[in-house]
Design a protein around this ligand. Sequence first.
Ligand SMILES: [Fe+2]
Length: 274
Amino acid sequence: MRIGLLSDIHVDINYYDGKTDMITPAVCEAVINNGVDVFISAGDIASDHSISLDVVDRIEKTTGRDCLFIPGNHDLWNENHPGMTADQTYRKLLKHPHNLASGPVSLKPGWSAAGDTCWYDYSFGTHELFSMDDLEKRTHNGRVWQDSIMAVWNRSDQATHDWFLNRLRDSFEKSASDEIIAVTHMLPIREFTVPVPNDTWDYFNAFLGSVALGDTLIRNGNVRYSVSGHVHYRKTVEKNGIVFICQCLGYRTEWRDNDDPFEEVEKSIKIIEI
Ligand SMILES: [Fe+2]
C-alpha cells in the first residue's frame, strides 16, 4: 500500500491571483501520478476550517482516494469566523469521518493511522534565555505568535497540550496491536525545530511541539512512522525504531526553485509503502 504524505499545503495563503486554489489540483495530480492509495495531511490545509473541509472533499472526489487529516493550528484559526473558539472549530472538524482526531483509521490488516493536532508546552524553547513567564507572553521582538489571537482555547497552552496528549494516547489504545502511522501537526522531536542560536526562534521554537509528545510516540511501542508538519521543513529522522517525517509544502514565498504549484507539490510529496 502506497501512502502519500504532505502537510501544510495552505491553499488560501498560497492563492494565485488572490483567489485561485492551484494547490488542491496539484495535490490531486500528484496523488494520481504517484499511485497513492491513501493521502495523509498533517494539518494546515487552510486558515479557515470550512475551506479545509472543502479541500479534503475535493481531493477525495477527484482522486477516488481517502484523504486522512488532522487539523493544524491554522485550520483552527477564527480570522474568518470572529468569536469562534479553537474548541468550537475543533469540534466542527471532528465531524469529518476522515479526521484522525475523531479516531484511528484502519489502513490494512495490522496497520492503522492515528493522530491529533497536539499542542506545545514550551519545552522546545531556549530556557537559558527565556523563562516560562517570558514564553507565556507569546510575544518577542515585536512579533506576536498568532495562535494567541486566532486559536483561542481559553486555557493555558500547557493545559491544551496535556488535553491533546491524553486524546492521542486514547486513540493509540483504540488501534489495538496494529502498527501505527502517528499523525500530529506539532513536532515530536527537537531535530525538527529551527536551529539555534537564532534571535527569533530561540523564543518561537517554544510553540512548535513538545518533548512529551515524542516520548509518548516512543513509549507506545507500536508507532512505526511519525508524520508531522507546522515548521515548513522537509526532513526525515530515524531513531528509537520510528521514522520521523516532517513533510511540508509551506508557503509559495518559501519555495526555493520555482513558482509552479504542480512542480513543487510533485517534489514535496513523500511516499511510504506499508
Ligand atoms: Fe503551516
